[in-house]
Design a protein around this ligand. Structure first.
Ligand SMILES: NC(=O)c1ccc[n+]([C@@H]2O[C@H](COP(=O)([O-])OP(=O)(O)OC[C@H]3O[C@@H](n4cnc5c(N)ncnc54)[C@H](O)[C@@H]3O)[C@@H](O)[C@H]2O)c1
Length: 332
């Protein structure tokens, strides 16, 4: 089938390669029009240097490339997502299936990414997410992801479009959980990086990941997610990959902050989109609005946005009141 991938960052590129390898006719739209001649000549995208672009992938700087496509994958970072969707919307066919793969929350509105895409395109949007570094997917390293939609037919359509021996797609009826888990884990990954930068060990990271998952699931459930989604690929799966891998920009930014760099400097040094930075503000504000206790997210927010000292933030977390692991724990 004819497919368009709107966005040529590392992830859009990896997904375009995957779709092309599955026999689809793919056009990848790029914001960086000046890079098109180089990408066409070298068949490499500097955003994902490790992977070759198959000849079958067309590259375009024109949103009209979505016209006539049965599948339109929106692979923009979160900050320009609304404007990208507004640009491409007039060219999306009425029978096209639209997929959102962006991990984040819209600044100010705190909307999930698929909600933004749905508002701008008028479509029922499928969420594709999971533990999936572009660097690994693009070279065929076995990976599992989630195709989430309340509409089973749409979730299965997207499953079929991407599924391959080395790219297993599971379906889920919980797009809210899938997207919230994906967005909120980036905040925890940034904190995991900070613990590495401070020189802490595996024990610290395991505690942070587990307690981080607990508080993000708490917020997710308050916002309508299914708790089980946080124990699946989009939740704990993505948390593991993002908190432990050097491919993770969120973790890399956190390491630099833990080593004493200012957050802005750290993001500049990473040089690619650090979604956890933006998600920290939304998560913090959502947690406050919902009355949910989110100590790790709150500490991250204070370090990232209020100039709080990292050491003090850690001390604050470690000196919290003692408590039971589960709020509903009952003794026999
Ligand atoms: N990289 C991964 O492995 C991966 C995996 C899964 C999901 N994601 C998610 O995919 C999304 C995109 O991430 P990425 O890794 O592809 O990004 P990236 O950092 O590799 O690239 C950013 C892209 O944004 C484009 N861009 C910059 N300013 C823009 C603007 N004003 N309007 C439109 N486009 C603009 C750039 O041209 C570039 O193509 C993120 O939400 C990320 O969390 C990434």
């Amino acid at each position: 089938m004819k497919a368009a991938v709107i966005g040529s960052g590392a992830w859009g590129t990896a997904l375009a390669i995957r779709l092309c390898q599955n026999g689809h006719h793919v056009t990848m739209w790029t914001y960086e029009k000046d890079l098109i001649p180089e990408m066409e000549r070298t068949r490499h995208n500097p955003r994902l240097p490790s992977a070759a672009l198959p000849e079958g992938i067309q590259i375009s700087g024109d949103y009209a490339c979505a016209r006539g496509c049965k599948l339109v994958v929106i692979a923009s970072p979160s900050f320009p997502l609304r404007s990208v969707c507004r640009g491409v919307a007039p060219y999306i066919d009425s029978d096209a299936v639209v997929v959102s793969v962006t991990k984040g929350l819209e600044q100010g509105t705190h909307l999930r990414m698929s909600q933004v895409v749905a508002q701008e395109t008028g479509k029922d949007v499928v969420v594709l997410t999971g533990p999936s570094h572009a660097e690994e997917v693009s070279v065929g390293i076995p990976t599992g992801c989630l195709s989430a939609s309340e509409n089973q037919d749409l979730a299965e359509f997207v499953q079929d479009a991407f599924m391959a021996d080395n790219f297993r797609i599971y379906t889920s009826p919980d797009p809210i959980g899938a997207e919230l888990a994906a967005a909120l884990k980036n905040v925890i990954a940034l904190c995991a990086g900070i613990t590495d930068g401070l020189g802490f060990g595996d024990n610290t990271k395991a505690m942070l990941m587990t307690r981080g998952l607990t508080e993000t699931a708490r917020l997710g459930v308050a916002l309508g997610a299914q708790k089980e989604t946080f124990a699946g690929l989009a939740g704990v799966g993505d948390l593991i990959v993002t908190c432990t891998s050097m491919h993770s920009r969120n973790r890399r930014a956190g390491i630099l902050i833990g080593q004493g760099k200012d957050p802005q400097e750290a993001m500049k040094e990473v040089g690619a989109v650090v979604e956890g930075y933006y998600a920290a503000r939304s998560a913090y504000e959502l947690g406050k609005a919902q009355g949910i206790d989110m100590p790790i997210t709150e500490a991250a927010y204070k370090v990232l946005y209020e100039g709080a000292n990292v050491q003090d933030a850690v001390k604050g977390l470690l000196s919290r009141q003692r408590k039971a692991e589960h709020e509903d724990a009952g003794w026999l």
